[in-house]
Design a protein around this ligand. Structure first.
Ligand SMILES: [Zn+2]
Length: 329
């Protein structure tokens, strides 16, 4: 080691210490900087996400208004699809006559009817989820509508639906598109099968029907108008939906998504009647989880009541009875 004078050694030590401090602070800043950027980006993304949701809701409203203005029976917003292998990717929603008037004239729906009604409807049941859905509805003292299929083994659940004051309604016996919609005879046969089955099990003559895939489905081999006329001859009223929970659009739809799919249209559109489509089907656990949240939020809204489908609820139909069927084209 070379000999150095005392003060020169001191100077060198100080210089090294200074460099050490500089390196440490540089590394510290370099480490901190990406973290700050990440936090800033996260905050920005959350804000944008909220904006997108709000804009989507507004777009839905605009699309609905535009379609109503154009008097196009097949225009309107997409409200998701019913479940099933042959289902189309989405169905066009037509609002009922009363809502058309409201939207055209810019008059609040409340002017036509004092309270706005929300009908919670469950398709494809009964299932392993039915009891839990019924328990939730009972806890909140809410009545709903179940568009069921023929499923021997679920007699107790059909009976519970009736006993607890919900509307038991039909959604075909088989729910198999290729059989059900193969010709009018098959459709009629399936209809009588589900109606008499539910009569045998519960003693109830069901009066409401929902077409698998909705009345605007595009997989039907028969003329939808003939099916509608047939139901009408049987004194059956069919219901589609104008709000879809989207719970059957994919295998897994998160609870938050189900809640948003329902609440955004309800909170952003002043309609007289909201018919909300859910699925009471195996694997739809997020529907069950979303249900209490949706009910609580609806119950907290002013001028909204949750009601089962009855004759006093305005029909919500994708194809109006006097419209020509799109299948004919
Ligand atoms: Zn269905």
């Amino acid at each position: 080691m070379t000999h150095m004078p005392e003060n020169k050694n001191d100077y060198r030590r100080k210089r090294i210490n200074r460099m050490k401090r500089m390196i440490v602070s540089t590394v510290f800043v370099l480490l901190l900087f990406p973290n700050i950027l990440c936090i800033a980006a996260f905050i920005r993304i959350s804000g944008l996400d909220r904006q997108i949701r709000e804009l989507t809701a507004r777009l839905d409203g605009i699309a609905m208004a535009v379609s109503i203005e154009a008097q196009d029976p097949y225009g309107g917003s997409y409200a998701g699809n019913d479940s099933g292998a042959l289902e189309t990717s989405g169905e066009v929603v037509i609002v009922e006559q009363n809502e058309m008037l409201s939207a055209q004239q810019g008059v609040a729906a409340d002017d036509y009817d004092e309270v706005r009604k929300v009908c919670l409807t469950f398709d494809d049941g009964p299932s392993a989820n039915t009891d839990e859905i019924l328990d939730i509805l009972a806890r909140y003292n809410v009545k709903a509508t179940f568009f069921v299929n023929g499923k021997p083994g679920y007699e107790a659940q059909y009976q519970r639906i009736v006993d607890e004051g919900h509307t038991l309604a039909m959604h075909s016996y088989s729910h198999k598109y290729q059989e059900l919609y193969s010709d009018m005879d098959a459709f009629r046969e399936d209809f009588f099968e589900i109606q008499s089955y539910l009569m045998d099990v519960t003693g109830t003559k069901c009066r409401y029907y929902r077409f698998p895939g909705g009345s605007s489905n595009t997989v039907c081999n028969v003329n939808m108008k003939d099916c509608i006329d047939f139901l009408s001859e049987q004194d059956i009223v069919y219901f589609d939906w104008n709000v879809s929970s989207g719970d059957a659009t994919r295998n897994y739809v998160s609870t938050t998504q189900v809640v948003n799919n329902v609440m955004i249209p309800v909170e952003n559109n002043n309609w007289n009647t909201y018919v909300v489509l859910f699925h009471d089907a195996p694997g739809k656990e997020t529907t069950v989880e979303a249900l209490p949240i949706i009910i609580e939020r609806l119950q907290a809204m002013d001028g909204i009541v949750i009601v089962p489908i009855t004759d006093s609820v305005h029909t919500v139909q994708h194809i109006l009875p006097d419209e020509e069927n799109i299948m004919e084209e």
